[in-house]
Write a protein that binds this ligand. Structure first.
Ligand code: ZN
Length: 446
């Protein structure tokens, strides 16, 4: 009789793009999963003879990749999709987003927007999201129901927020949030001071201390626009990253979104302090914020991931578009087609994205001991044929629609393109009702 080990799930067949240290690509491979963890990755025939699985996912003719990591999002803002386009960041925030948030954002809004966003993220092959918003406890609860992994930041901002009237209330909320979710297998609770221009120095220092004391990430928008840099120099005497360094708040706990306008010295500071950076090319392009210095960041070994930002400024949560854009934008801006290769662009959305969130011990690659966050891609739609290089296909041709199966921690959230944990029809209906309300409140009938 065969001597086999009992496991939960075997994903077998197809091309396995491991993103491990050697960037192994295994043709006709398989992955064995037990207790939500990857226990073997290798040749299909070998794994079939070694393991007896309760569940099978057939990936024959398909590509198997680590779940994509969306390093910066505001998931509930999915309800603001397309609310205001073609404006610069300051006008967009002050004249549309902040008023729309003041009029609409409550816990019910956050839950509805989160469910809408999560359905899109799962369909798009994303297994981990770093989010920052208000009522983040509700975001966490919705994420656990949906089954996605989240680094979730409760926002701290120096004006009355939808969920907290002042700083003391915000810190109370943060304490409760972090204590509740600390140690959860899917949720990493975090503190999210909005930006250096909306949070004062004392509160930035307090947020940093909180992150260190509670061993949690600190998520922040940083050096997003040229205007932010000029105002920082005018009001504080230093550029934004320099200013944070002088306050003593740069650390490995920090995940900084955007970092478009950092000079060489500031990039050195980020590298020295081990700050994770998240590049959001489409949001930066749409708001005309500028182009982050990605090649210079990579050459300094800064951990850089990719993010979509919120759907209000993008206008979707597709990481495939960010991967494609990241690969092309930096070629254009440097006039060098060799800059940011397809493989490097794919690394940003997987293993490097995990590093930027300081979670690379758990996710970002398909390796024994890591959590089973796995996505299966269909490679035979007409726009994928013919296939040559696997990274070229994934970066320049694959779309969110090509994702057919997805699991997080070994739990299947998308099977044959069907969501298994979310009711898509109900989510669509609820979203449309709330959207009508948002429009009515912004443009009251006369
Ligand atoms: Zn953002």
């Amino acid at each position: 009789m065969k001597n086999t080990t009992q496991i939960d799930t075997l994903v077998s067949g197809g091309i396995i793009v491991t993103m491990d240290h050697n960037r192994r690509v295994i043709h006709d491979g398989a992955i064995a999963i037990s207790g939500g963890q990857i226990v073997a990755v290798g040749d299909r025939h070998e794994l079939h003879s070694s393991y007896e699985a309760l569940n099978h996912i057939d990936a024959n003719g398909r590509t198997v990749i680590p779940g994509l990591i969306n390093g910066h999002a505001h998931i509930p803002m999915t309800l603001f999709r397309g609310l205001a386009d073609d404006e610069d960041l300051d006008d967009w925030l002050e004249h549309t987003i902040f008023p729309a948030e003041a009029m609409n954002v409550d816990e019910a809004f956050v839950r509805c927007g989160t469910r809408l966003g999560l359905a899109e993220l799962i369909r798009g092959g994303v297994t981990t999201v770093c989010d920052m918003y208000y009522y983040e406890n509700a975001v966490a609860e919705e994420m656990v129901v949906a089954g996605l992994r989240g680094v979730l930041g409760q926002v701290l901002i120096d004006f009355p927020a939808p969920d907290c009237v002042d700083y003391n209330a915000a810190m109370d909320t943060l304490h409760r949030f972090v204590e509740r979710w600390h140690g959860h297998p899917l949720i990493t609770p975090s503190i999210a001071p909005h930006a250096p221009y909306t949070v004062g120095d004392d509160h930035l220092i307090a947020a940093h201390r909180f992150a260190i004391e509670h061993n949690c990430p600190l998520i922040i928008h940083l050096a997003e626009t040229q205007h932010e840099v000029l105002e920082s120099i005018r009001l504080k005497g230093h550029r934004p990253v320099e200013h944070l360094a002088r306050l003593g708040v740069l650390s490995e706990a920090m995940v900084a979104a955007h970092v478009v306008w950092a000079d060489d010295h500031e990039l050195e500071l980020l590298a020295q302090h081990g700050v994770g950076v998240v590049h959001n090319p489409q949001s930066n392009m749409k708001l005309a914020s500028g182009v982050a210095r990605l090649p210079q960041m990579l050459s300094r070994n800064i951990s850089v991931g990719l993010g979509t930002d919120g759907s209000a400024s993008n206008n979707d949560l597709s990481l495939w578009e960010e991967i494609d854009t990241a690969a092309k934008l930096h070629k254009l801006i440097t006039l060098d087609p060799k800059v940011v290769s397809a493989q490097e662009a794919f690394e940003l959305a997987t293993i490097h994205g995990a590093r930027a969130l300081h979670l690379d011990h758990m996710i970002g690659s398909l390796e024994v001991g890591k959590r089973a966050d796995i996505v299966v891609i269909q490679m035979d739609p007409i726009d994928q044929i013919p296939l040559r290089s696997i990274y070229s296909a994934l970066v320049y041709a694959t779309k969110a629609n090509d994702v057919c199966d997805l699991m997080v921690d070994g739990r299947v959230l998308l099977r044959d393109r069907q969501l298994t944990t979310l009711d898509e029809d109900l989510i669509r209906e609820e979203g449309l009702v709330l959207r009508r309300q948002i429009i009515e409140r912004l443009q009251p009938s006369v």
